[in-house]
Design a protein around this ligand. Structure first.
Ligand code: NAP
Length: 247
C-alpha cells in the first residue's frame, strides 16, 4: 500500500532487479515518484513499475547506461520534463567481477571503473547541478571496502572511490540543503552475490555476520528509506554499513 504521495521525485539507478528494485518499491511506498532506471533489463523494469502502480504509487522506467554521460543527462532531462524536478538520487547500479589482482585482465578493471565509478560520477554530476533544495543523494558502496578479501581489489577500489566522492560532494553542496550519504551493504541475496558461488561458500559467507544470515534487498532498502526520508534529514556525509555486523 502506497503512503501519501510526497510529490518528491527519486531516480534509482539499476532498479529493475536486486537491491535497486527493492529500493524503488520502498521509496514508492514511502510516497516518492520513482524513476526506475535500467540498462538492459527492460522487461524487469516494467514489472517493477507495474508493481508500484498496482500498489497506488507512481513510477516510470528509464533506460540509461550509467557509464554513458549523455544518456544520464537525457534521463535527468526526461525526469524534469515529466515531473518538474529531481529530489533524490540513489546510485545503486553496479557490477562485481572478482579475480586475484595478478589474474585480472584490463576488461575486468575497465568495466568496473566505467560502471561503478564513472557511472556514479556521471549521475552525481547531474544531481549536483540539478537537485532541488531538500534533496538527498544515496550512493551504494560495499562493506568489502573494509574487509580486504582477496579477489576484491578492483571492485573494492571502485567503491572506495564512491565513498570518497560522497564525502567531497557533501562539502561542495554546502548551503544547498542536500545530503549525500553512502550505504555499504554486506553479502546480500541477489544475483550479483549469489551467481557462480557454490552453496557451501554462500552458506559460509552467510554465517560471517553475527546475525548469521545474508542480507535481503529489503534490508538495504530500509536504510536507504531512512536517508531519503524525513528521519534522515540530519544524517550527512556518512558511510553506513548495512551488513548484520560483518564489520
Ligand atoms: P544485481 O542484482 O546484479 O543488479 C545490478 C543492477 O545494476 C541491475 O539492475 C543492472 O541493470 C544495473 N546495472 C548494471 N550495469 C548498469 C549500467 N551500466 N547502467 C545502469 N544500470 C546498470 O546487483 P545488486 O546486488 O542488486 O547490487 C546493487 C548495488 O549494491 C551495486 O552497486 C552493488 O555493488 C552493491 N552491493 C551489493 C552487494 C551484494 O552482496 N549483493 C553487497 C554490497 C554492495 P540491468 O539489469 O538493466 O542491466
Amino acid at each position: 500500500m502506497s503512503a501519501t504521495q510526497n510529490n518528491k521525485v527519486a531516480i534509482v539507478t539499476g532498479a529493475a532487479r536486486g537491491i535497486g528494485a527493492a529500493i524503488a518499491q520502498r521509496l514508492a511506498a514511502d510516497g516518492f515518484i520513482v524513476v526506475v532506471n535500467y540498462a538492459g533489463s527492460a522487461q524487469a523494469a516494467e514489472v517493477v513499475v507495474q508493481d508500484i502502480e498496482r500498489a497506488g504509487g507512481t513510477a516510470i522506467a528509464a533506460q540509461a547506461n550509467v557509464s554513458d554521460a549523455a544518456a544520464v543527462a537525457r534521463m535527468f532531462d526526461a525526469t524534469e520534463a515529466a515531473y518538474g524536478g529531481v529530489d533524490v538520487l540513489v546510485n545503486n547500479a553496479g557490477i562485481m567481477k572478482l579475480a586475484n589482482l595478478a589474474d585480472s585482465d584490463d576488461a575486468l578493471f575497465d568495466s568496473q571503473i566505467a560502471i561503478n565509478l564513472k557511472g556514479t560520477f556521471n549521475t552525481l554530476r547531474e544531481a549536483a547541478r540539478r537537485l532541488r533544495s531538500g534533496g538527498r543523494i544515496v550512493n551504494l558502496s560495499s562493506s568489502v571496502v573494509g574487509l580486504y578479501q582477496p579477489t576484491y581489489a578492483v571492485y573494492a577500489a571502485t567503491k572506495a572511490g564512491v565513498e570518497a566522492m560522497t564525502h567531497v560532494l557533501t562539502r561542495e553542496l554546502r548551503g544547498r540543503n542536500i545530503t549525500v550519504n553512502t550505504v555499504a551493504p554486506g553479502p546480500t541475496a541477489t544475483s550479483l552475490f549469489l551467481d557462480g558461488k557454490p552453496q557451501d561458500v554462500i552458506d559460509r559467507l552467510a554465517k560471517l555476520a553475527p546475525l548469521e544470515r545474508l542480507g535481503q534487498p529489503e534490508d538495504i532498502a530500509a536504510a536507504v528509506s531512512v536517508l531519503a526520508g524525513p528521519d534522515g534529514a540530519w544524517i550527512n556525509g556518512q558511510t553506513i554499513r548495512v551488513n548484520g555486523g560483518i564489520i
